[in-house]
Design a binder for this molecule. Structure first.
Ligand code: DON
Length: 310
């Protein structure tokens, strides 16, 4: 599809990002994230053949945060299938990631699984499928399996930092409990959600983990090694396109044109279906809570490769 030299491309983009002056603002509402330097920038592309191209801080672990919502959704769909959609919607919210307002008129049903309220429901759904003592182990095992890397882990200090300050999430959990859309003790559901968010991964690990979405649900192209069905992979990508960047999703689709999911740690996972899985990381965020340089980097990558789905 492209004749671009992908190693030169990522090297060029990392060089250009190092020179950017406007780098966004590092999230400080989770205390343990506030100390990360906004000088960081990493990028990894893994293509359909499995070849890996990295530049900058691509091997530095960072807090995956809301990107974990893609993987917890994959697990929940695996556990309960389409029954999940009775408890969470599939529409963009047009609201900030931690907003509570729509829940009141919409009976405690979050708009989609990628905003905080939606991912808290997903964690609650998973608690019905796995024992509380096993759920984090199952999540880590799933991440290690999709990424093919058994060093992936949860950063307990980040989880605790969030647990101590996550007042908005506590409000969301209790509010949805009042509508019976959280069925486990709110503290337990939130503890699970915070630990999912505290997953620590590098760009290289994240791009590897996104391969099953690039390959129509298979771990590798051309094998029967299936993680999810092709239809489910397509549907998760559709949700990423419509909802993956919260109230910045329209702007991301307009400028980048790939399904993507951001996190307040500054990471973005983007997928060019059938072509590449791409992870970028730069901790400074724009006003929507999405990585400032991550989005610019992906915009340039797509301009130079033609990988937009449109
Ligand atoms: O619950 C929170 O607020 C964070 N653990 C995750 C939010 C997040 O990553 C939103 N992303 N842009």
């Amino acid at each position: 599809m492209t004749h671009v030299d992908l190693q030169s491309l990522v090297d060029d983009i990392a060089g250009e990002m190092a020179r950017e002056v406007v780098r966004g603002k590092v999230a400080d509402y989770i205390p343990s994230l506030a100390s990360v330097s906004s000088d960081k920038f990493g990028i990894t592309i893994i293509d359909h053949a499995g070849d890996c191209y990295s530049a900058g801080d691509a091997h530095s672990p960072f807090s995956v945060q809301s990107i974990s919502k893609v993987f917890s959704l994959t697990m929940a769909l695996g556990s309960v299938g389409d029954a999940l959609w009775t408890r969470v919607g599939r529409e963009p919210s047009g609201s900030p990631f931690n907003s509570i307002v729509q829940l009141e008129s919409e009976h405690g049903i979050p708009r989609n699984p990628f905003i905080n309220s939606g991912a808290i429901v997903v964690a609650d759904v998973l608690l019905a499928s796995y024992k509380p003592s096993e759920i984090l182990g199952e999540f880590i095992r799933f991440m290690q399996m999709v990424a093919g890397d058994d060093t992936i882990h949860i950063d307990k200090a980040v989880a605790q930092s969030e647990q101590a300050t996550g007042f908005r999430n506590v409000a969301l959990g209790n509010y949805m409990r009042a509508f019976d859309n959280i069925v486990h003790p709110v503290e337990q559901t939130l503890g699970t959600y915070f630990h999912f968010c505290a997953l620590s991964m590098s760009c290289q690990q994240l791009a590897k983990a996104g391969r099953y979405l690039m390959c129509g649900g298979r771990r590798h192209p051309g094998t029967a090694d299936t993680i999810i069905s092709q239809q489910r992979a397509r549907r998760i990508l559709a949700l990423m396109m419509m909802c993956g960047h919260y109230d910045g999703s329209g702007e991301f689709a307009y400028r980048v044109g790939l399904p993507g999911k951001s996190g307040v740690g500054g990471g973005i996972l983007a997928v060019a279906p059938g072509i590449a899985s791409i992870a970028v990381w730069s901790p400074g965020l724009n006003s929507h809570g999405n990585s400032q340089l991550g989005m610019i980097a992906l915009e340039r990558l797509v301009q130079r490769t033609g990988w937009s789905v449109f």
